[in-house]
Design a binder for this molecule. Structure first.
Ligand code: 5GP
Length: 206
C-alpha cells in the first residue's frame, strides 16, 4: 500500500473556532476526525461517540492503564485523550486524520510522533476571543475567565507549532486549512512509500 494519510493536530485557544473549522473540513473535504474520550459532562446537543466518548474518571484511568490513548491531558479539571486504534486505522487506509486537541496533548503527540504536523488556529485578537466565548453562552463567567487565563498562558507556546492560521472568517480559514493539509499530505516526508514503489517499478528497465 503506497497511499498513506497524515495526522495533523489542530489546537487553538478555547473559542478560536477550531471545532467549527474542523467540522467544515470533514463535511466539505472528507477528512477523518478523531473522537476523543473525556471525563467532562456532555453539553447540550453533544452526542456520545460523535462529540466525545464520555467516560467516568475510573473508566478514563483504565484506558490510560491499558495504553489505549495516543496522548491525554488534564484541561480545566477534566481529562481529555485520543484513542489510538481509530487514528492508526484511518492513516493506514490513506485517510488524513485531524486531532483537535489542546496544547499539552499536542506537544506530547509531537514528542512521540515527530512527523505529525501541529497547526495552531488563532482569532485575530484577544478581544475577539473574549467576544466569541461570551457569545457561545454555554459557559459560566468563571469558566470563561479560566479559559481566557489559559489562553494567555498558551500564547507562550505558539512557537512550538509548525503552522499558525488566523481565523478571521470561517470560509477563508477552512480554505487556508485545506490548502495547508493538502500540502502536508503531498510533502516528500509523507510520500516515502510512493517514491520507493516508483523506484522499484523502474528496476525492471535496468
Ligand atoms: P471542550 O471542553 O471545550 O470540548 O474542550 C476543551 C479542550 O480540550 C479543547 O481545547 C479541546 O481541543 C481539548 N481536547 C479535546 N479532546 C482532546 C484530547 O483528546 N486530548 C487533549 N489533550 N485535548 C483535547
Amino acid at each position: 500500500m503506497s497511499k498513506k494519510g497524515i495526522i495533523a493536530v489542530i489546537s487553538g485557544f478555547s473559542g478560536a473556532g477550531k471545532g467549527t473549522v474542523v467540522g467544515e473540513l470533514t463535511e466539505k473535504y472528507g477528512y477523518a476526525v478523531s473522537v476523543s474520550a473525556t471525563t467532562r459532562k456532555p453539553r447540550e446537543g453533544e452526542e456520545e461517540g460523535k462529540s466525545y466518548f464520555f467516560k467516568t474518571k475510573e473508566e478514563f484511568e483504565q484506558m490510560i492503564e491499558n495504553d489505549e490513548l495516543i496522548e491525554y491531558a488534564k484541561y480545566v479539571d477534566n481529562y481529555y485523550g485520543t484513542p489510538k486504534a481509530y487514528v492508526m486505522e484511518q492513516v493506514q487506509q490513506g485517510k488524513d486524520v485531524l486531532l483537535e486537541i489542546e496544547m499539552q496533548g499536542a506537544l506530547k503527540v509531537k514528542e512521540k510522533f515527530p512527523e505529525v504536523s501541529l497547526i495552531f488556529i488563532t482569532p485575530p485578537s484577544a478581544k475577539e476571543l473574549r467576544r466569541r466565548l461570551e457569545k457561545r453562552g454555554t459557559e459560566e463567567a468563571e469558566v470563561i475567565a479560566k479559559r481566557i487565563a489559559r489562553a494567555k498562558e498558551e500564547c507562550a507556546f505558539m512557537e512550538e507549532y509548525d503552522y499558525i492560521v488566523e481565523n478571521d472568517g470561517l470560509e477563508e480559514c477552512v480554505s487556508y486549512m485545506h490548502g495547508l493539509l493538502q500540502a502536508i499530505h503531498f510533502s516528500k516526508n509523507n510520500q516515502k512509500e510512493l517514491m520507493e514503489k516508483i523506484r522499484k517499478d523502474f528496476d525492471q528497465y535496468r
